[in-house]
Design a protein around this ligand. Structure first.
Ligand code: PAF
Length: 282
């Protein structure tokens, strides 16, 4: 496995690598969710590049950026054991040189849900993803369903800008008690960690209600709110029931919808989602 730090080297390597080439973009502090992305990339492609870059432009709160967990040595060991071909670990100045000015905006859908709670977040995500795609030119790129809105937006980005990269969405990996794996889980106290299982319970209850015949979104949203409110350490930021392609809020769910939540545990904010009536994100 080779570790590459510059844009010019990763560009050169990607031009000569055996294809198809799969890219797994990450911000590091790898967990089993990332491992499942890498394993899928390995089974689909002849070569795999993993990028590790804590992208400052997608953090709205400085606090969140400085507190974001990191452990590069451990990440490198995990990726070595997984036998990936290249790890791209650029410095911030390599991706955003002085006087950097260009951003990629996927429009209205970037300003809903996470975009409304974290203004500018997706501008950062879509800009860095565009840059990674431009430099590495992957045949496929792998994203987790846990970041459901990100998955939908990246698909739109690729369609709108005619990238030749296929976007593969990999199912959320959960802990034994249903909590979706996330690097941010490591910032929870023991009590908050236990309380965070309420997220999966709330989403599962809404799915159960829908499967029992409840189609109106108000009732489904209230169900989530009610379950989350049973946990004193949890503070619901939003619950949304949206179209899986446009992210528009739905009044009724007759076929498919993504039900997404963001929940605060003190200063740690976790997100999760489930798709009602199918799994179109995949
Ligand atoms: O999902 C993430 O870890 C990040 O948003 C991504 C896709 C690596 C872009 O920085």
């Amino acid at each position: 496995m080779r570790i590459i730090e510059t844009v010019s080297s990763i560009r050169q390597v990607s031009q000569h690598i055996t294809r198809p080439l799969g890219l797994v973009p990450t911000m590091g502090y790898l967990h089993d969710g990332h491992v499942s992305l890498v394993n899928r990339a390995k089974s689909d492609n002849d070569s795999v590049v993993v990028s590790i870059f804590i992208n400052p432009k997608q953090f709205d709160l400085t606090e969140d950026l400085t507190g974001y967990p990191r452990n590069l040595q451990r990440d490198i060991k995990i990726l070595e054991d997984l036998d990936v071909n290249f790890v791209f670990v650029p410095e911030v100045s390599e991706i955003y040189p002085e006087n950097y000015a260009t951003y990629v905006d996927v429009g209205e859908m970037s300003r809903k849900l996470e975009g409304s709670s974290r203004p500018g977040h997706f501008l950062g995500v879509t800009t860095v993803v565009t840059k990674l795609f431009n430099v590495i030119r992957p045949d496929r790129a792998y994203f987790g369903q846990k970041d459901g809105q990100q998955a939908v937006i990246v698909k739109r980005l690729v369609r709108d800008l005619n990238f030749e990269t296929e976007i593969v969405i990999v199912p959320t990996v959960r802990e034994y008690d249903g909590l979706a794996m996330s690097s941010r889980n490591s910032r929870l106290t023991e009590q908050q960690r236990e309380a965070a299982t309420v997220i999966n319970r709330a989403l599962s209850e809404a799915i159960y209600m829908w499967e029992s015949g409840v189609t109106d979104s108000v009732t489904l949203r209230r169900t989530v709110e009610k379950v989350v409110s049973t946990e004193p350490l949890a503070k619901l930021d939003y619950v949304s029931i949206s179209d899986v392609d446009t992210l528009d809020e739905l009044n009724n769910v007759y076929s498919e919808a993504m039900i997404s939540v963001a929940v605060w545990f003190d200063n740690v904010r976790l997100i999760d989602n489930k798709v009602i009536g199918g799994n179109r994100l995949e």
